[in-house]
Design a protein around this ligand. Structure first.
Ligand code: ZN
Length: 256
């Protein structure tokens, strides 16, 4: 039996992470993978990093995980940059080293021998941190995707992209129930590839403030994307107590 929880973009939101992990256990997942951006923006980088590390699951590197170790001049807005500088001051050398050693992409093999890919942004330029927003963007990913299923994050917006061998399309029909009910499930079609964004645990940006994550059940050939309520107020209080930019607290309750 293999039922893998797929979590992404935790962004140091410990309240969201612990609520999601509680839900992962309630959903009786047997495995877990993390798609990066463990740190950045929110107030608990060390706690979230330690939590993920103790889960001993496959983790790939996100742009915030890279930026905190290797600061660059570009690519980050001022609010993210301020949070990043604060985050860097919170992490000790062993934690920074753990982040530095993360791979950009991985093939995950389940205990029943099935494989799928994980990456933070995309398989065609995993180190360039490009944003896969629409089917046209996704069409560049699929030639580099050698497994039927690949899961990614980075935009903080859940999406399902499908490749029929010739064209990439966005699968709105299977995503739509997530916005109606906070839950969707579907069976991937044979002879199609899927590139699925599981949304963000710690800073959703699709106007639904609840944490979001995915599940891939290889026994049932079933993909689930679902929302989880968490204590947003407590996460906001921690951001303000740490003197991080207030916008980071405001955006959590709006899901932006
Ligand atoms: Zn992110």
């Amino acid at each position: 039996m293999a039922k893998t929880a797929i979590i992404s973009d935790i962004h140091a939101n410990y309240h969201a992470l612990s609520a999601v992990i509680e839900d992962v256990r309630a959903m009786q997942c047997t495995d877990l993978v993390c798609l990066g951006d463990v740190v950045g923006y929110n107030a608990y980088p060390s706690e979230c990093l330690d939590y993920v590390r103790e889960l001993k699951c496959p983790v790939v590197k996100g742009n915030h995980d890279e930026e905190v170790v290797t600061p660059s001049k570009a690519r980050m807005n001022p609010v993210a940059r301020q949070a990043m500088d604060w985050t860097r001051g919170q992490l000790d050398a062993p934690r920074l080293r753990w982040l530095s050693l993360l791979q950009y992409q991985r093939i995950v093999r389940t205990d029943v021998g099935k494989t799928f890919s994980i990456v933070h942004s995309s398989l065609n330029h995993p180190k360039a941190w490009n944003y896969i927003i629409n089917a046209s963007d996704a069409s560049n990913n699929f030639p580099r995707q050698f497994s039927q299923m690949c899961f990614h994050g980075h935009t903080h917006v859940p999406k399902i992209f499908v490749w029929d061998g010739k064209h990439a399309e966005e699968d709105h029909d299977n995503l739509h129930p997530l916005y109606l009910n906070g839950y969707t499930e579907f069976q991937p079609l044979p002879n199609h590839k899927y590139f699925i964004n599981v949304g963000s645990v710690g800073q959703p940006r699709d106007s639904d403030p609840r944490a979001c994550y995915g599940i891939f059940d290889t026994d049932l050939n079933l993909v689930i994307i679902k929302r989880v309520e968490y204590d947003i107020r407590a996460a906001q209080d921690a951001i303000r107590a740490a003197n991080l930019p207030d916008y980071l607290a405001e955006r959590l309750e709006k899901g932006i």
